[in-house]
Design a protein around this ligand. Structure first.
Ligand code: SAH
Ligand code: MG
Length: 205
């Protein structure tokens, strides 16, 4: 991976350990030229930079979807709240300005398109086949399942599905992404790689 881009990704605000980011980059770099990578759950664009680096070398494009209001666990009073991401005008979370700075500083605005909206809404009007789908949005059971349902049908035959924050042992973390993994394995995907909590699957049916 491009060194400057890797350093910016590692320094960016967000939730993507370097090793898992490297795995994201590898998967993105394997996408066919002209292919589309879709990320659900942008936050401030940390994981987006790993995908963008891979997309650039593959000749692919990244679309990243987020309403930029934060997940449940990002809200004030919750474990993963960052008060520097609050819009002082309204008191609500707003990660969009931070994302724009991340993309601008890394000079990847030519490879990445940010879509601002609810995942399940955008998934409903979406129609382009996706070569790599990365699920990293809301982690409640309802939201994780809704994201899977809204997007999985758009994954191209032979396309990749990456799921973040998969913890088979409840002692390590929430179970919703793990349940999504089990569902995908049951619905035409085969697992190809495990890197920390990141699972990489391929559509075989
Ligand atoms: N991939 C990021 C982390 C994503 S955190 C990184 O590498 O750092 C999860 C994100 O999902 C949050 O930014 C939150 O706003 C978003 N999210 C949660 N529910 C959503 C929904 N229904 N629609 C769109 N985005 C959602
Ligand atoms: Mg995550």
């Amino acid at each position: 991976m491009d060194t400057a881009l890797r350093e910016l990704a590692e320094a960016a605000t967000g939730f993507m350990p370097p090793e898992e980011g490297a795995a994201l980059h590898r998967a993105a770099a394997r996408v066919p030229a002209g292919g589309l990578i879709c990320e659900v759950g942008t936050y401030c664009g940390k994981s987006t930079l790993y995908l963008a680096a891979g997309a650039r070398s593959a000749g692919a494009t990244v679309v990243t979807v987020d309403h930029h209001r934060g997940s449940e666990e990002n809200q004030p009073g919750w474990e993963y709240h960052d008060s520097s991401l609050v819009d002082p005008r309204t008191g609500r979370m707003d990660t969009l300005p931070h994302l724009r700075r991340t993309l601008e500083d890394a000079r990847v605005e030519d490879v990445v398109t940010a879509v601002v909206g609810r995942s399940e809404q955008v998934g409903r009007w979406w129609s382009t086949p996706i070569a790599l789908l990365f699920l990293d949005g809301g982690h409640t059971e309802v939201q994780a399942q809704a994201d899977y349902e809204a997007w999985v049908g758009h994954v191209a035959p032979g396309g990749a599905l990456l799921i973040h924050d998969v913890f088979p042992d409840p002692a390590d973390g929430g179970q919703a992404p793990y349940h999504v993994l089990l569902r995908a394995l049951d619905e035409g995907f085969r697992e190809e790689a495990v890197t920390g909590s990141l699972r990489a699957l391929r559509r075989v049916l």
